[in-house]
Design a protein around this ligand. Structure first.
Ligand SMILES: [Fe+2]
Ligand SMILES: [Fe+2]
Length: 137
């Protein structure tokens, strides 16, 4: 049995249902990638799982950004920059993996996990009171 890289817990809950649900799905996908790596699956499986993770990251970021821009969140631009930076980082990782320049390691996985956890707990959490004040639950 492979331990999940990141387990959802209430510290990661920001209190907006649709976002909390997406964050849980996002965590499932990073755990899938970790499991694929830990089970020693080939690069094809890793590339596929990473592509699913990247796709869902895009969906989640874009939904979140829509919500923030619709309500004119003051930290929108900065928040989007953090999202874009992470997308670029995953794309670069994907590119280097596909070219066979690197392999996926636990330390790479841990750094993705740390980004995700920090982003949910510290950055996303900051907009929660703002959105709640706009009636988003
Ligand atoms: Fe975010
Ligand atoms: Fe988020």
């Amino acid at each position: 049995m492979i331990m999940p890289l990141l387990t959802w817990n209430e510290n990661m809950m920001i209190g907006i249902q649709s976002i909390d649900n997406q964050h849980q799905r996002w965590i499932d996908l990073i755990n899938d990638l970790h499991e694929t790596m830990q089970r020693g699956k080939g690069s094809e499986a890793i590339n596929q799982t990473l592509a699913s993770m990247l796709d869902y990251t895009r969906v989640h970021f874009s939904d979140e950004e829509k919500l923030l821009s619709t309500h004119s969140y003051p930290g929108y631009v900065q928040h989007k920059q953090l999202h874009d930076g992470f997308i670029n980082r995953i794309k670069e990782l994907q590119d280097r993996l596909q070219k066979g320049h690197i392999i996926l390691t636990i330390s790479v996985m841990k750094s993705l996990r740390d980004w995700l956890k920090n982003h949910i707990q510290k950055v996303d959490r900051q907009y929660a009171p703002f959105l709640k004040s706009k009636g988003i639950v």
